[in-house]
Design a binder for this molecule. Structure first.
Ligand SMILES: *Cc1c(COP(=O)(O)O)cnc(C)c1O
Length: 355
């Protein structure tokens, strides 16, 4: 493995107070960069002062969106150490996304070592107020200056760090969600299962429209029939129907969340019936009418668990569990956040220490 060289920043920035942190607005003192050139491969891994990039305006990423990203978090634990949650899963997914976007694979071990080293250099930036964490954003951009539509011959893999505030300021709280009947996020055969910029660019319009009407996120339906449930915003989604917990099966257009995987793992460990299958919006509506729609929640790195208190679908308004956080949602949230923050033991060895 190529040695990661380090260039220390000469002017350290002031660190924000834990209670003033938002999501993704401030960044630490350093960043990781590695270059790729066709013929030479990935080379020159380095940690340098956080700084703007200088790119050719013709760089492919600006025109055709050949880019992928990841998102994960590190937490300060009660013993004063810093731990990440299942980071190897993010590196594996990064390479699955890379493959879909014709970006050359990255050595996952090197990427993990780079993230650990970067965090340890910027360790002072890991916030420790309740609910706060250090958000880690690895990403790859295509930087060859070329206006032809073709995979780039040059890339950069970059990792930046951002201390982020508590997602829930006053404890876990249900949100209102609007089922999206017009726009779609992804289709089978498209790029829905890759974490790539285009998916998020195409989701903005629907999100804009519903947030003006008081909804936190949209619930995406399948791109062909607009019948089957896919995801909620940029989270995976679960429902509890008559005692059974169901989530849409991975079908090529759904992003496979690390939180989703952890939720399924925990539910099985607790012996709850959990099924990955196709779920139509009609089925959810019928379960609601029959009084069997017991809980609904989203899962993702940012919120961990986000209970759904109300679903609007055309004229129908489905109020779930009286608009309150359900038992399973709460139990999953508490268990996952306690493992992540080191408040309980970690029976599945999910956390990885930053040395
Ligand atoms: C990142 C993401 C998720 C959640 O994945 P986690 O690994 O749990 O954070 C779900 N859906 C979409 C579209 C995403 O981009």
């Amino acid at each position: 493995m190529e040695e990661i060289r380090v260039e220390q920043s000469q002017s350290l920035k002031p660190k924000p107070q834990g209670d003033q942190l938002e999501f993704g607005r401030v960044f630490t003192d350093h960043m990781f960069i590695m270059d790729y050139t066709m013929g030479k491969g990935w080379h020159d891994p380095r940690i340098v002062p956080y700084q703007p990039l200088v790119l050719d305006p013709a760089a492919i990423v600006f025109h055709y969106g050949q880019t992928v990203f990841e998102g994960l978090k590190a937490y300060e634990t009660p013993d004063g150490k810093v731990r990440m949650f299942r980071p190897e899963k993010n590196m594996q997914r990064l390479n699955r996304s890379n493959d879909r976007l014709c970006i050359p694979a990255i050595d996952e071990e090197l990427a993990l070592t780079a993230v650990k080293k970067l965090i340890s250099i910027d360790k002072e930036w890991v916030p420790n107020a309740e609910g706060t964490s250090l958000y880690i954003r690895p990403f790859v951009i295509s930087i060859e200056p070329y206006l032809g539509v073709a995979p780039s011959k040059r890339y950069q893999f970059i990792v930046i760090l951002s201390p982020v505030g508590a997602y829930y300021k006053e404890g876990i709280n249900p949100v209102k969600i609007a089922v999206e009947n017009e726009y779609v996020r992804a289709v089978a055969g498209g790029t829905g299962e890759a974490k790539t910029a285009g998916n998020y660019a195409s989701s903005l319009k629907a999100q804009e429209l519903v947030s003006g009407q008081g909804y936190a996120q949209v619930l995406w339906l399948d791109g062909v029939k607009k019948k089957y449930i896919e995801e909620v915003g940029s989270m995976n989604v679960f429902f509890k129907i008559n005692g059974e917990i169901v989530t849409p099966e991975l079908n090529g257009s759904i992003l496979e969340g690390v939180t989703r995987n952890s939720v399924i793992h925990l539910l099985k460990y607790w012996d709850y019936p959990v099924t990955e299958r196709r779920i139509s919006m009609e089925e959810i509506f019928q379960a609601y009418k029959d009084g069997q729609l017991e809980e609904a929640f989203g899962s993702g790195t940012a919120a961990v668990i986000s209970p759904i208190g109300e679903l609007s679908w055309g004229e129908a308004k489905l109020v779930i569990n009286n608009g309150e956080t359900g038992q399973i949602s709460k139990k999953l949230y508490d268990t996952l956040t306690n493992i992540q923050t080191g408040k309980t033991d970690d029976p599945f060895n999910w956390t990885v220490e930053v040395e």
